[in-house]
Design a protein around this ligand. Sequence first.
Ligand code: NAP
Length: 487
Amino acid sequence: MSSAPPAALRPLEARKLAPVRQELILNFKASDVAPTQLPSKGLPVGSNPPPACYVNNPVVPKHAGYVIRFACGVQTGSLLILPNLKPIFPRPLLIFFCFNMKGVIFEKAGAEPQVVDSLDKPKPSPDQILVKSIYMAINPVDSLMSSSGMLVTSWPFVVGCDAAGVVVDVGANAGSKFKVGDEVCGCTRLGTPGHSPAQEFFLMDAALTMPKPKNISLQQAATLGVGTWTAALGLYNGLKVKLPDLDDLPEEKDKDEAAKDDEAPTVEDATSKAGANESEDSHQTKAEPQKEDEWIVVLGGASSVGKYAIQLAQVAGYKVAASCSASSAELVKDLGAIPFDYKKPLDHQAKEVMSITSNKPYKIFDAAAAGHPLAMEVFKQLPDSDGEGGEKLFATTNDWSNIGDFQGGKAYAIALGPIGRAEAKELNDDIAKYAPLIVGLVEKERVLPNPYDIVGVGGLESVIEALKYQQKGAGGSNKVLAKIQDP
Ligand SMILES: NC(=O)c1ccc[n+]([C@@H]2O[C@H](COP(=O)([O-])OP(=O)(O)OC[C@H]3O[C@@H](n4cnc5c(N)ncnc54)[C@H](OP(=O)(O)O)[C@@H]3O)[C@@H](O)[C@H]2O)c1
């Protein structure tokens, strides 16, 4: 353990208890301890000497006591003993008992991740379910949270939010949606104790949980939560794409045919056309009467969010142009979009976008959180939204740069981060609406789960491997998954 306990948490005594396997008794004077200074959980497995500050007496804070951690088979737990409650109780009192579980924690921002076995197993509130964690997917936000503390409500912080597992307990009001044994997936509350899938059991808000689509595996389901919900927010909220009716979906376009469509030139056509137009008036679109928007430009088409955005845009009847690197062009084409290379100079990309979309790139979805400069360049070439033509709309996953409206267009920053929190009512209502749509679209095979790499041999140590694998970019544009345990 690298961090020393604060002075206020100094133990009076710390010793081994013989009959209990490898466990500790920590004797502390709770009156010395300001409750807010108590780290609530997180005794590293097998740590020696014991980090004595890891005691927590939330029940009777004015009394000294012992915390005994015990092992019973594979299960670990905690007992809180308060010997000094006399004269109310004549004997030492066992006052608190809970089973513990394992999880992957960061002690503080920037710390190394570690597996601990002393996390409290949470209880679902009436509108929640308790889920046995089976697979989790790693997202860029996991590194961001653990390195900066952003969105983290308390430390130690258990990493992770993209989950798939099996329901093991159901809150009083959640029974109409889920029952024990159901397989579920989705994005849990970020940075909130008890809600992370990088622990054996975690909480989900029933309204913000998807039943695993019947036609896919639990691994595939773990790729859905963050990616599809972010894509849905960008398209339906930011780009004002009409929510599709599951019972009346537009015909699926043949993906190969889409690439041959007259109005959908190949990237090579578009590139040469862009080159040929180089000297032409950049405001050429003004002359054209605007028809109904039919293109969505996805920046970062190979990213996890981008792949879902391409698919959801097509389900809504749009044609899609998508930026990606040359190595991801085939993948993006296979999804039915027309690729262009984001590594080319900005003006070249802008010309490609204009060319591919026949000068109608009115809806731009920046899935890669890096597309604002290109969108500015493109919108500059379109007439302002004046009721005559299409509305210039930009949605971005970059919610930290305060991108405001620009070039006569409207900007919308997606913010999935506060999901589940009480203050995020509008977001929660939106996701509760989009989640069943996503399940339906996956079951109708109109949205295919993203490809993934599973890292490690399973167990919570694999989460640490997966975090490092994702940070290195070792999976390319594949989603990175870790298996927590068998169902
Ligand atoms: N605001 C929110 O609520 C929210 C929610 C989810 C995600 N996000 C953010 O959205 C971004 C994407 O997340 P993700 O999980 O989808 O990421 P991801 O799957 O890790 O995306 C990685 C891929 O993005 C592509 N890419 C990288 N830089 C690019 C650029 N400048 N232009 C176009 N494509 C680029 C690369 O594909 P190639 O193979 O083509 O190079 C790369 O393989 C991240 O920044 C994430 O933090 C925000």
